[in-house]
Write a protein that binds this ligand. Structure first.
Ligand SMILES: [Zn+2]
Length: 434
């Protein structure tokens, strides 16, 4: 007897799409049966030809609570996540106040999140100057790893590490088998924008700055043995050093984001700073090369870097506006729109947005439809026209560069551990346990 059976002719598994009946007991996937298998179950859902995906794992979400809950918060972020097919988020340590750089700050985070999460939620810690002694205790409390910047983060309470501080942090993290995730831009190659236009903003943050920082991170990983993950790769100039490091066996992984894969500098309307993020959205030729890097596995995964703010900080001046793109609820259809146009399938998108991020954050119960995993499931209509109205999203602030676009594909139902996500926040914390 099962609690739930979901049948689909297109169940997306790690081996590709196939007809199956996914049987769920006590929140876990108990087994996969033939599509038409007669099964004893409390609830039997037949999606027929509509695909069933594993819930997405978004390892790059700035929830901003406590302290900047008016930018986003656990209730709104996780409601948006569920509506977008994301069943696990990993919260970034900065933009909340305090940032998650001490065990006390993690406690403040957990208090803010308690009882408000509509999806399962994990946490990154932060590595900042002076908090070396807090890294191991935070690791033992169950953060999935540590984020650092090498250039100013945009908020003064989360300063960057210099190269020597980064080396010491990596040596410490290597000592307990942890992970460092890095915002990789070399401050020596960044400039103040010469003016308010998008072109001037883009020129102030060249691809060479990303590449130089990625090269530093790789050198330090080789020196210290620390496992490192490069966040939000925007420049294809990073692909070559990443690829050669991997070939040498350096433990480095990398992500890119929906906006770098689906938007391009040529299309940024002048003054529309909903498109502003760091590193910036680059040109179309660069975007094609990012897709190639993803297809070849040089880039491991695609996660949102959902980094919202209030609308008043998005002034129509690219030099002055807050940098951050809000996209948590629309990442899947955005990526699917472009991926399907380029000939990729749902198994590819699922690998990039669910399986690989779960593996990098070491969340082994998530990221695939297979027996033993949590029954995090998404019914997805891949052909639905999905017009985006920022005001209709669950994000706290109605600001996103996807506003007014019609994306391809819509999430119909999201199940978290075998239960459809409804009004009640029954998400749990993923602390420590693999
Ligand atoms: Zn970020």
């Amino acid at each position: 007897m099962f609690d739930l059976v979901v049948r689909s002719r297109r169940v997306v598994t790690s081996e590709g799409e196939r007809p199956a009946a996914v049987a769920v007991r006590e929140g876990r996937i108990a087994a996969l049966y033939a599509y038409e298998a007669p099964l004893e179950t409390a609830e039997d859902v037949d999606l027929r030809g509509l695909p069933l995906l594993p819930g997405l794992v978004d390892t790059h979400v700035h929830v901003n609570e406590p302290g900047r809950a008016h930018w986003e918060g656990f209730a709104s972020a996780t409601r948006a996540a569920a509506a977008g097919g994301v069943t696990t988020i990993v919260d970034m340590p900065l933009n909340s106040v305090p940032p998650t750089v001490t065990p006390d700050a993690l406690d403040a985070k957990l208090r803010a999140a308690e009882g408000r999460c509509h999806v399962d939620t994990a946490f990154w810690g932060g590595a900042v100057p002076g908090n070396l002694e807090h890294l191991r205790p935070l690791h033992e409390r169950g953060v999935r790893g540590f984020k650092c910047f090498l250039s100013p983060s945009g908020v003064e309470e989360f300063p960057p590490l210099g190269p020597d501080e980064a080396r010491r942090a990596m040596a410490e993290i290597a000592g307990f088998g942890g992970l460092l995730v890095v915002h990789a831009e070399d401050p020596a190659l960044l400039a103040v924008p010469a003016g308010p236009s998008y072109r001037e903003f883009l020129e102030s943050r060249p691809g060479a700055a990303e590449r130089s920082a990625v090269e530093l991170v790789i050198r330090l990983a080789e020196e210290t043995g620390a496992r490192v993950h490069v966040l939000h790769v925007s420049s294809a100039a990073c692909l070559e050093p990443l690829e050669s490091a991997r070939a040498r066996g350096v433990p480095v992984t990398a992500e890119t984001c929906p906006h770098y894969l689906t938007l391009a500098a040529e299309q940024v309307p002048e003054g529309d700073t909903s498109f502003k993020c760091c590193p910036p959205i680059r040109d179309e030729a660069n975007r094609d090369r990012l897709w190639d890097g993803l297809a070849r596995g040089v880039l491991d995964c695609v996660v949102s870097d959902h980094s919202p703010s209030t609308a008043d900080l998005k002034v129509p001046d690219f030099a002055a506006a807050w940098g951050g793109v809000a996209s948590l609820q629309v990442g899947l259809p955005a990526v699917w729109t472009e991926a399907s146009r380029r000939g990729y399938g749902l198994a590819d998108v699922t690998r990039w947005m669910s399986t690989q991020p779960a593996a990098i954050a070491e969340i082994s119960r998530k990221g695939a439809i297979k027996p033993g995993n949590d029954a995090d499931l998404v019914a997805f209509d891949p052909d639905a026209a999905n017009p985006v109205d920022a005001r209709a999203l669950h994000h706290r602030n109605p600001v996103t560069p996807y506003h007014g676009r019609t994306l391809r594909g819509a999430v119909l139902t999201t199940w978290l551990r075998g239960r459809p996500v409804d009004g009640e926040p029954y998400g749990t914390f993923l602390l420590g346990e693999k």
